[in-house]
Ligand binder design. Structure first.
Ligand SMILES: [Zn+2]
Length: 76
């Protein structure tokens, strides 16, 4: 697949990625995705994407509390 942003060839990877669905943040582990080596754009294949949205819809996830570093972007 080609990167939609810079048209480089994307690389298939497996790992952890964050996902927002309807304003809620999800952490997806052990997932296959493609990453652009040039600009860092990450995408799921349509199959993976659909599978993840199905899981969210059917609440097929565990609730865990994690520490997230939050930065305030306010300047000046
Ligand atoms: Zn790119």
């Amino acid at each position: 697949m080609e990167c939609a942003v810079c048209h480089s060839k994307m690389v298939l990877k497996k790992g952890e990625i964050d996902l927002r669905v309807e304003g809620r943040l999800y952490l997806v582990q052990n997932v296959l995705y493609e990453e652009c080596p040039r600009c860092g754009e990450k995408v799921f294949s349509p199959e993976v994407s659909q599978m993840l949205y199905e899981k969210v819809k059917n609440k097929e996830y565990t609730e865990q509390t994690i520490n997230v570093a939050v930065l305030d972007g306010t300047y000046g």
